[in-house]
Write a protein that binds this ligand. Structure first.
Ligand code: FAD
Ligand code: UDP
Length: 373
């Protein structure tokens, strides 16, 4: 049986960054991936010459210079800036919450007027917001909460805003300027032509087994590696010993339209509860170095949020207390597995963005190999 320095379970970003540094340090790696291709959730599928973000819209943004230099050393990025629009029963509002949103919502024009309006609407919230509903009202008032947050959030997480932690909504900027940039980070963009170029570079020189579930043959794979790097779900690793962690899954439905520009923007959030999907993504707008008019067709994906069941893809960890407590129990078991490194969104049960996954993998790589050089 062939032996490797590392068996890396999962061909996503975490596994990729670890593989990259392992290879740089002269180590051999076997990648075991369940899906038909590498890349994890950043995989792009070419449809009609358009890189389609197969597992949901992915916009790279970071304030970490090391991470930005790292990814730019792998591929070239475009200047894409995410400026999604929310559709509430046909009324279109700029996101994130900023002066354009406030002006459209209330017919006002200055930051002072916007502050006064929000102040008036948040009057019922006292002290520290106890949940997402209170946090949202306290940040942007009741009108925006009702039209742009409540329905979307309840569809996305499958539970009432009162039952969700406040930090989820704190991801979004609230600005008293006319600035529609969804992120505050210093650097932002999307690899020209999509993310697959990153994946190819990260896993260069590794041996790869696709459509292979590590857990189905764990003993064999464990015997093949001196060390294991595991990026799948941590509860599955321990055979759900303490019960199942909850995840949100997604269903994607594509349409190919014979028009060059369907919705005028890459991301539309559908915030009304009655619309069954949360977002529509028009992928060609991500690839903004190619003018949309150069490709006669367009691919639009509707994104539906669903409760995760075994056999589905677990996309989002559910960040409530019950699940965090359960995760802690699994993390303690994980700490006992001396030969296994657990990392990434699923194994750490964390709502990580791509830059945070890379940052975390870089730290672990440094500890593992002594340096990043
Ligand atoms: P993954 O990409 O999930 O990779 C894990 C891999 O392990 C998967 O390929 C899986 O098939 C494989 N695997 C699991 N179990 C096994 C097993 N038993 N055997 C073999 N293989 C296994 N981040 C941003 O920065 N910007 C964004 O705009 C953004 N948008 C997002 C939109 C959506 C819909 C989602 C779900 C995430 C988004 N993210 C975004 C987050 C981003 O996708 C993650 O931070 C990153 O891709 C996680 O990388 P990972 O390696 O931890 O996990
Ligand atoms: N959100 C909302 N309305 C929107 C967009 C986002 O209420 O139009 C809320 C929702 O609760 C969501 C959270 O803000 O879960 C974070 O949004 P983000 O776009 O960061 O979510 P992700 O990128 O993880 O899908």
């Amino acid at each position: 049986m062939k032996k490797f320095d590392y068996v890396i379970v999962g061909g996503g970003l975490f596994g990729g960054v670890m593989a990259w540094y392992a290879r740089k340090n002269g180590k051999t790696c076997l990648i075991v991936e369940k899906r038909k291709q590498l890349g994890g959730n950043i995989y792009c599928e070419d449809i009609e010459g358009i890189p389609v973000h197969r597992y949901g819209a992915h916009i790279f943004h970071t304030s970490d210079k090391n991470v930005w230099q790292f990814v730019n050393g792998l591929v070239e990025f475009n200047r894409y800036t995410n400026c999604p629009v929310a559709n509430y029963h046909g009324e279109m509002y700029n996101m994130p919450f900023n002066m354009n949103t406030f002006s459209k919502m209330w017919g006002i024009s200055t930051p002072e007027e916007a502050r006064a309006k929000i102040e008036e609407q948040r009057a019922g919230i006292f002290g520290q917001p106890a949940n997402l509903e209170e946090q949202a009202i306290s940040l942007v008032g009741t009108d925006i909460y009702e039209k742009l947050i409540k329905g979307y959030t309840e569809k996305q997480w499958g539970r009432a805003c009162k039952e969700l932690p406040s930090f989820i909504i704190k991801r979004l900027p609230v600005r008293y300027t006319y600035d529609n940039n969804y992120f505050n980070d210093r650097y932002q963009g999307i690899p020209i032509g999509g993310y697959n170029g990153i994946t190819e570079k990260l896993f260069e020189g590794c041996e790869v087994m696709l459509e292979t579930d590590y857990l189905a043959d764990k003993k064999t794979f464990d015997a093949m590696g001196d060390r294991i790097i595991y990026t799948g779900t941590i509860d599955a690793y321990f055979n759900y010993r303490y019960g199942k962690l909850e995840y949100r899954s997604l269903r994607f439905e594509d349409d190919i339209f014979d028009v060059d520009n369907y919705q005028g923007v890459a991301v539309v959030n559908h915030t009304a509860r009655e619309v069954p999907y949360t977002r529509t993504i028009e992928h060609k707008h991500f690839n903004c170095t190619v003018p949309y008019s150069e490709i006669p067709k367009t691919v639009v994906t509707r994104e539906y949020s669903v409760a995760w069941e075994e056999g589905m893809e677990p996309y989002y960890p559910v960040n409530d207390e019950k699940n965090q407590e359960l995760y802690q129990k699994y993390a303690e078991l994980g700490a006992g597995e001396k030969n296994v490194m657990f990392g990434g969104r699923l194994a750490e049960y964390k709502y990580y963005d791509m830059d945070k996954v890379i940052e975390s993998a870089m730290k672990k790589a440094e500890a593992e190999f002594g340096s990043l050089a």
